[in-house]
Design a binder for this molecule. Structure first.
Ligand code: M6R
Length: 608
């Protein structure tokens, strides 16, 4: 999704903005641009494609600038083109705007502005902002921006400057994240803290309907009605080193290999083995409401949704809570009535997924208690929920989510354990679950030690164009997630199915041209899944089996076996998912795909 970076200070702004843009690359984009104040005159440059194209355009330009704004665009209104790339500007090139979000009433505004003589040079919704500010401008930028915001509907994260007021950048937020970075004699702003982390770890997250003015030596935050907002800066817990590749060829591989640590971080300090229970500090303020809750609705998208599906099995096993897991983009438009005491949990790596935020707001409107599970501290979901749990997994840069998925699943196990111990779970059973959780980091390391074996399987299969992933019960979401990873980064068509559902349709696809990845650890569904695998074998499809170490039955059926250590039933997905991440990674590698930035995908989907 689109990215924003803004700088005002004493250093070379072009260099800082370009470096910031590179740190936003992982979010996904199709064009980019920057505008800076250079020795009394603004300078703006834009391009389609990668940031390297912008670098080429800037290579022979000698600009001295101490302030500017830059943007990566992910097309919504208008195709990816130089004209549609940000920054956008008014007719006499004095006002420059970068924008994340969508201006819903742009078409009407555009018509009115055109009648007033404003010439438009792009197809975007954003351009109306520049012209509208110009329309209201009377020597001072801030009042003009406020008047403009009063006219527009939709979502925005905005950074604007005026060439005649080069000592300030005006920012505004509604529904699109913006963070201010406080440096020494310099201020930055970005849509993502990663973009400014090299310069400062002191930040202030803007809330919706707040406007800010940043200057080299200070800042001011206010509401849309100009009431001053006082906010204490926060310290970012991530280090710049966490956002680097650390010798790995791709972020995705680095993040897959970080999982022993991130899974440990998910439960570190959150278990009490002798009492067979977990403690989740972030839920303490609402624990009395949660203890005896009867219904939980999980809202999430993509990989986080798959984690939610796994949570359902865990809650069924350990608690008396009825759990529904909903795709956030659907839930937000349904008319679900949360009964008394219904709790809605949004799961989101970024905490900024527009659909999940909207689903959460809908649930809150109807009276549900809202919780969040997010990785990004200070994100919208973290701030808009009553209580929640952080993943503490460090930044996930690869677009394909890996380490956050396993972290989410472990935290869901801790959440179910916490409530289960108030409900139907015995101390002995709770202690057994904790022992299994504690073993996970080492078990994951063991799987990662055999990455070369998975690489060899990928080498054998990467040329196939269609895969089925099957599993039963809690390995059905594992199959869904395995298929999602493969399609996201290798562009191989892949479907995840409950193995028992094969005979109701997908079995028609089976042939030697469609390999089947069967997730079949030794759990309560083992024999049933073996029967389904036999159905696959009978149709001459190649089988890649993910199974428990030492499984003899499956070795008789296929030579492409990936073994994982034994664990309790509902933690199998954590272990079985790791090799599927590697399988996807190596298939994409052999196919020459751009693994960390797959086509059309964005890391954080901040528009509907
Ligand atoms: O930040 P979120 O967890 O809310 O993101 C949800 C999905 O957009 C995300 O999981 C997406 O499916 C990833 N590309 C999965 O790899």
């Amino acid at each position: 999704m689109c990215g924003i970076i803004a700088y005002i200070g004493e250093k070379n702004s072009v260099q800082i903005l370009m470096e910031g843009l590179k740190r936003l690359e992982y979010r996904g984009y199709d064009s980019c641009g920057l505008a800076v104040m250079a020795e009394g005159a603004p300078y703006c440059v834009k391009t389609t494609g990668r940031i390297i194209n912008l670098e080429k355009k800037l290579a022979n330009v000698n600009i001295s600038s101490r302030m500017g704004i830059a943007h990566t665009r992910w097309a919504t209104h208008g195709k990816p083109s130089e004209e549609n790339a940000h920054p956008h500007f008014n007719k006499d090139h004095t006002i420059f705007v970068i924008h994340n979000g969508i201006i819903e009433n742009y078409a009407i505004l555009k018509r009115e502005l055109m009648k007033l003589g404003h010439p438009f040079s792009s197809e975007t919704d954003t351009e109306v902002i520049a012209h509208l500010i110009e329309e209201f401008y009377d020597g001072e930028l801030l009042p003009a921006v406020l008047k403009c915001l009063d006219k527009i509907t939709g979502t925005f994260g905005l950074a604007v400057f005026h060439a005649e007021e080069p000592d300030q950048i005006v920012l505004a937020r509604r529904g699109s994240p913006l963070v201010i970075g406080l440096g020494r004699n310099e201020m930055l702003a970005a849509s993502d803290v990663n973009a400014i982390l090299r310069h400062t770890d002191k930040v202030i997250y803007l809330d919706d309907d707040e406007v800010a003015v940043i200057r080299r030596d200070g800042f001011q935050i206010m509401s849309l009605t100009q009431e001053t907002v006082y906010r204490t800066p926060e310290k970012v817990e991530w280090q710049i080193a966490d956002t680097e590749k650390d010798g790995y060829p791709h972020y995705m591989l680095k993040e897959i290999f970080e999982q022993p640590e991130t899974v440990l971080n998910a439960f570190r300090g959150r278990i009490i083995p002798e009492e067979g229970v977990s403690k989740l500090g972030g839920l303490e303020p609402v624990i009395d409401q949660l203890k005896h809750m009867k219904r939980l609705i999980v809202v999430a998208c993509g990989t986080s949704y798959h984690a939610g599906l796994l949570g359902q099995y865990m809650f069924e096993k350990m608690t008396d809570v009825d759990v529904d897991v909903e795709i956030a983009s659907e839930f937000r438009y349904r008319n679900v009535h949360p009964h008394d005491g219904t709790v809605v949990l949004a799961i989101s790596q970024s905490g900024e997924t527009a659909d999940s935020i909207a689903a959460l707001r809908e649930a809150r409107r109807k009276g549900a208690l809202t919780l969040g599970m997010v990785n990004t501290v200070g994100s919208t979901i973290a701030r808009e929920t009553v209580a929640g749990i952080y993943n503490h997994a460090g930044p996930e840069i690869g677009v394909a989510s890996t380490k956050i998925f396993t972290s989410q699943v472990v935290i869901l196990a801790l959440f179910a354990l916490l409530l289960g111990r108030y409900q139907k779970l015995s101390m002995t059973d709770g202690a057994g679950i904790i022992r299994a959780i504690q073993q996970l980091p080492e078990q994951i390391s063991h799987i990662l030690d055999r990455a070369d074996h998975i690489r060899a399987i990928a080498q054998k299969y990467y040329k196939y164009n269609s895969f089925l992933f099957i599993g039963r019960m809690c390995n059905y979401p594992t199959a869904l997630e395995g298929a999602l990873k493969l399609k996201e980064i290798s562009y191989i068509h892949a479907e995840g199915y409950p193995a028992g559902e094969l005979k109701h349709g997908p079995i028609a696809l089976l042939s030697p041209h469609c390999p089947v990845v069967a997730v079949c650890p030794q759990d309560s569904m083992y024999e049933k899944t073996i029967s389904n695998i036999k159905e696959v074998e009978a149709r001459s499809a190649n089988i890649i089996a993910v199974c428990t170490e030492g499984d003899d039955k499956l070795t008789e059926i296929t030579r492409d076996i990936i073994e994982v250590p034994a664990t309790v039933e509902f933690l199998n997905p954590v272990l079985c998912n790791v090799p599927l991440q590697l399988l996807a990674y190596y298939c994409a590698l052999y196919r020459g795909c751009e693994i960390d930035k797959p086509r059309n995908l964005a890391k954080s989907v901040t528009v509907e």
